[in-house]
Design a protein around this ligand. Sequence first.
Ligand code: ZN
Ligand code: ZN
Length: 615
Amino acid sequence: MYFYEVAILRSPLNNLTYQSENKIEIGTKVLIKLRQRKVLDEAVIIKEVEEPTFKCSDINEITNEFYDEKMLQISSFVSQYYVCSLGEALSVYNAFDKNINKIEIEEKFDSKIVLSPLQEKAKEFLKEKKQALLFANTGAGKTEIYIKSIEEHLNLDEQAVLLMPEISLTPQMQKRLEKVFGKSVAIWHSKITKKKKVEILKGLQEGSIKLIAGARSALFLPYSNLGVIVVDEENDDSYKSDSKPRFHTKDLAIYIAKKFELQLILGSATVSTSSFHKIPFFRLDETYHKTKKLYSFEDSDANLSPKIIDKIDKTLKSNNQVIVFLPTRANFKYQICTTCGKSVECPFCSVSMSLHKNDLALKCHYCGYTQKIPDSCPSCNSGIIHNLRVGTAQIEEELKLIFPAKTIKRFDRDEIKTDNQLKTVLNDFNDGKIDILVGTQMLSKGHDYHNVKLAVVLGIDSVLNMNSYKAREKALSLLIQIAGRSGRSGEGEVIIQTKNQEFFNHYLNESNYLEFLEEELEFRKDFYPPFLKLAKIIFSHSNGLKVKDEMDFYVKLFKENKDIEVVGFGQSPIFKMSNKYRYEILLRSSNIKALLQALHSVQTANAIIDMDTIY
Ligand SMILES: [Zn+2]
Ligand SMILES: [Zn+2]
């Protein structure tokens, strides 16, 4: 009889010991039965152990799937650093299949892309440094450098992965990659079908697929010979997973590249302060298509001020297109009573309900609860409800009244729910069938709008005033990205509604972004990442008293620990979510080991642990 320690996939349990009459290879996926469970669970053989003193259950089935040594090592790191079980860490991976064999396919690629001397220099720098940052102005041609670098690795018979925020995986990008790599490239994201996934996994292991372009989960595929990881828009927060394991894809890519000596290219026009601090960078500051940009500011509180309407009108009259950005979707984010001052809140979450006029409803953006629009204030039963903080739907509506002959479409999560809807709107916009596109962050991501001559940016101050140490970086990078959508060819104009003109005006100039990063590092020194580590623990349960007690217990414990600092604790900004009360502790330390030890000491099922929290 053989005895094995196994990690149970998707389970918070620690590793358990099982037995089998078969000699099983480390990393093999097996099926086991847990006590009190009716179905079999998937588990992974971690190591062979001595016969234990207690009685073990049998392994029920040995599958053909397995996790290789690298996957096991990376998962072990993830479980330590991001504080989860090994089974949870392993569950982000798609395993290898023993039944799929590599087929020898001799194929060389020739992109025929000719780089400019500066691009060539950048490519050489990235190669020589092995792990480096491509700090490229908007339109400076970083994608060509990615493609050339990837091509080199593929021609050495290595594999490549190009990571992008999900929203940037556009049809345009796909076409561009397919033009060079043909059937050797596959697109991987959360919305592709199961059948397609099986196909891609097979192709990747057989060797017919050599390049995966995808969202964060693309990092966790069965690569047998990965040569290069490219992380595009490396400053994007969507790389941080918001469910367990709460890893940051970019940080993990850095870890993997260093550990296994792979090439790593992090690229962005607005590189993150943290990468800038720790990775050597190359500044690609020439602009491919000569563009001229005109910035103007508007400090009026009216969203569509006469000045803004006038600019939109002029742009449309000269047969050009307009994009309008707002950070908020729906019609209005808050409903406040003018008599008692209370806002209309979701009964299950302590957040304001958003007004969706089209659906004649108030919706909670956190739990999805929907109710009809009340005639009067639900708190005092008499007050009139006043709408605050305008959203995309409202601006769309107002623009339709002002420009009735024009076609105006919305570009946000309420309107764009599928891949097809995304493709349709983008195609229609580029074909000139839409005059004004009103949208959220979705607008800012890598889409090429050829005929946009005016970008209107509303509500950017609400991003700048966010309660986060990263607020300045977020607001500025967002604004630069949106501004970059206007005037891709030729001249473009950007009008920004803000009370912080001085800040934005100086740093909007891309040649000043380096200065911003240096200032930002100075500002964060001694208090914030990347100089210190921040971690958040949220205690969440329907019994509020219980989780408050739990928080109090750990606050007391952590305060006795001289190596870590309790920065703050108390009710979470959103105190109630989906009927669960939430308390949190924010910890800070320059001693990673001590911080991790503290996090691992939290022994309650109600705790959510977020290492390197971004808020
Ligand atoms: Zn009221
Ligand atoms: Zn809710």
